[in-house]
Write a protein that binds this ligand. Structure first.
Ligand SMILES: C[S@@+](CC[C@H](N)C(=O)[O-])C[C@H]1O[C@@H](n2cnc3c(N)ncnc32)[C@H](O)[C@@H]1O
Length: 388
């Protein structure tokens, strides 16, 4: 195994808990996936990393304190057992449950994440270089979490296309995972996203408070997980808007699985662009008491790429125009900059000539640990406002 001497700032980053070491300016000649020993300027060992040149990263997986000579089965077993112990403490594992089991650096596995969805694990690796260890990790997860199988998917930069998949054990085309007793259909082999975002679990738990007896509009509704939650909580109507015909059919299936008739007039599924939908709703003077907006980070559905800072305030402005006084605007965004979603909300509401009070701000649930040295890993923000 080669030794790599890291510069002082990288050694400081590692000492502070950093695990995804930026190698952009280190003149390295390493093969993708090569395991290397990192040492500081004083020849102190910092641990063993996997070279991930595609992302300009050295993924530091093994620490001297692990007392293991390599990144292999023993280390992965250690990490998976510790990760499982934390999720058990949180009461998450169960026969069909959905939860995040591995969250990158926060679980000592930089470059890897894993969701458990019922009987199947979905392991994501963030670079080609990590695929071999990703497979070993998936095997460890299937064993320790007692699952039927796992699929390893490589996340490509900047989008959900061209996902490579590696299957371990038994992985069906379709399966069911439950959350708080609510069943959701999962397509483990479908693509990058498999039907349920585990990072929204705590939000789904609390959403009923804003939905009971309300007319709810869910923009970018995907497989309808938030819509089902609102309908089950006793919403008067739930309108789900998404550009994809396929996910709308999936959402209807999820309604049915919860004993909600998808053909009931109270549940509407509109296939189309969220911005156009709002423009029409404003023209027709429609009103919604609660509007949920959870846009994708990357989307070219409208011909041009979605840009959070530019496009979100405009969307908020439009949404505010269909919400009556005392109505609720529930916003989600993939951004780690603290408070930035509240700022975007403020900008959008000002443009609409409305004001609002923040009634809740939230982020990732507790099974998404992140290391303080990598603040950008806390990628999710939720901001709920009550409009005046
Ligand atoms: C991040 S997912 C939403 C997740 C969903 N809120 C949930 O909790 O399950 C983004 C969704 O937005 C949809 N989408 C992308 N661009 C859109 C647009 N312009 N209008 C409506 N839906 C769009 C995609 O098809 C995808 O289903």
């Amino acid at each position: 195994m080669k030794d790599v001497i890291v510069p002082a700032h990288a050694a400081t980053f590692i000492a502070g808990g950093g695990r995804d070491v930026d190698s952009a300016r280190m003149q390295l000649d390493l093969k993708a996936g090569e395991h290397v020993r990192l040492i500081d300027m004083n020849n102190e060992e910092l641990g063993i990393a996997i070279a991930d040149p595609e992302n300009d990263r050295l993924r530091l997986l093994a620490l001297p304190s692990d007392g293991l000579p390599s990144i292999g089965g023993a280390l992965l077993a250690l990490r998976v057992e510790r990760a499982l112990a934390w999720r058990r403490q949180l009461g998450l594992p169960g026969p069909e449950h959905a939860y995040r089991l591995i969250h990158g650096a926060g679980d000592g596995l930089p470059g890897f994440t894993c969701d458990v969805l019922g009987r199947v694990a979905v392991v994501y690796v963030y670079g080609e270089a990590l695929l071999a260890v990703g497979r070993q990790l998936a095997e460890a997860i299937v064993g320790f979490a007692q699952l039927d199988g796992a699929v390893v998917k490589k996340r490509a930069r900047g989008g959900a296309d061209n996902v490579t998949q590696d299957v371990i054990g038994k992985v069906p085309e379709k399966s069911i995972a439950t959350e708080h007793g609510v069943p959701y259909e999962i397509h483990p082999l479908g693509g990058l996203n498999v039907g349920l975002f585990t990072d929204m679990r705590e939000q789904r738990r609390g959403l009923g408070r804003f939905a009971a007896n309300k007319r709810v509009l869910n923009l970018f509704s995907y497989t309808g997980a938030l819509s089902v939650t609102c309908a089950r909580a006793g919403a008067e109507t739930v309108t789900s808007v998404d550009t994809s015909e396929g996910v709308q059919a999936w959402a209807r299936g999820n309604f049915g699985r919860s004993g909600l008739q998808p053909d009931d007039k109270r549940w509407r599924f509109e296939t189309g662009d969220a911005v156009r939908y709002l423009a029409r709703a404003i023209r027709d003077k429609e009103r919604y008491d609660t509007v949920l907006i959870d846009p994708p980070t990357f989307s070219t559905a409208r011909g041009t790429p979605w840009v959070l800072d530019r496009d979100y305030p405009k969307l908020i402005e439009q949404a505010a125009s269909v919400i009556p006084p005392d109505g609720v605007l529930w916003l989600a965004a993939n951004t780690h900059e603290l408070g930035s979603l509240a700022k975007l909300a403020h900008k959008g509401l000002r443009a609409a000539n409305r004001t609002g009070a923040i009634v809740e701000q939230a982020g990732l649930p507790p099974e998404y640990p992140t290391v303080a040295a990598q603040p950008q890993d806390r990628y999710l923000q939720i901001c709920v406002l009550r409009l005046t």
